[in-house]
Write a protein that binds this ligand. Structure first.
Ligand SMILES: [Zn+2]
Length: 257
């Protein structure tokens, strides 16, 4: 069964048509790297967007002279500035240690009541199944998010921690298996401004200019390959793997969806 048919049968909204989205990042900047322009599209459309940042971001420097506390504070301020720039009004840091020895289960246990509280129509996070993804925080975050979706809808699991809620679909950024392409030509510049406002990550590291060039070139390639209206051939897209919650368990064909 192809993805369009699965979505039609389940009555799922297109990505930009959802009313609310919970967007969960391992570190304070991942949401913008993976989906900043799409998030801006949502906010312009008055979609309720709630950000959760899993870790404190203390490892956001490789300079041993910078203390963990200093880095945490820097990244907290940068997250606030970027939220103002994009218009994100609800944003919370869960305080897990960046690169720390926490488990996927511990994070899931925190996420289940939050999902039941915010009751989003879509959850967006990093794709933990992208081959060669080696950062444990990214792998644990993506997997904890999808595991949390399965428990959040189950009235027996985490009983007494909020009313069960089914999140109908999930969207992964940073994916190797994209099936959904969003035209973000009009919000791309804001995404780049947001990334630059994560000053410690994108202005202090000399390699970061190259990374921003790579992101832009990739967005232009996605547009050339996937845009329906290519009259002048220029534009930018962000790519996602979008799955129905149904496809997150005992559904091997999800990889081809
Ligand atoms: Zn990250």
């Amino acid at each position: 069964m192809d993805q369009t048919m699965v979505r039609q049968i389940l009555g799922l909204s297109d990505l930009l048509e959802v009313k609310s989205a919970l967007v969960i990042e391992p570190h304070p900047d991942d949401n913008e790297v993976g989906a900043g322009a799409t998030v801006k599209e949502w906010l312009d459309r008055k979609v309720r967007v709630v950000y959760l940042t899993v870790t404190d971001g203390r490892c956001g420097t490789e300079d041993p002279r910078v203390s963990g506390e200093e880095m945490i504070e820097t990244r907290r301020r940068e997250r606030q500035e970027v939220n103002r720039l994009l218009g994100v009004q609800e944003s919370y840091n869960l305080g897990f240690e960046d690169g720390g020895n926490w488990s996927e289960y511990q994070l899931m246990a925190v996420l289940v009541p939050l999902i039941r509280q915010f009751r989003p129509e879509l959850l967006m996070t990093v794709d933990p199944w992208t081959p060669y993804e080696s950062h444990p925080d990214h792998v644990k975050t993506g997997k904890a998010c999808t595991a949390a979706l399965i428990s959040a809808k189950n009235g027996v699991a985490f009983k007494g921690q909020g009313d069960p809620h089914t999140v109908p679909q999930v969207a992964f950024y940073g994916t190797a298996y994209p099936n959904t392409f969003i035209d973000v030509t009009s919000t791309w510049d804001v995404k780049i401004q947001a990334l630059l406002a994560h000053h410690s990550q994108f202005q202090e590291d000399p390699a970061s200019a190259l990374y921003l060039d790579f992101l832009s070139a990739e967005a232009e390639r996605l547009f050339r390959d996937h845009a329906e209206h290519r009259d002048d051939g220029s534009g930018r897209m962000e790519a996602f793997k979008v799955l129905a919650q149904l496809q997150l368990h005992f559904f091997p064909d999800a990889i081809r969806s």
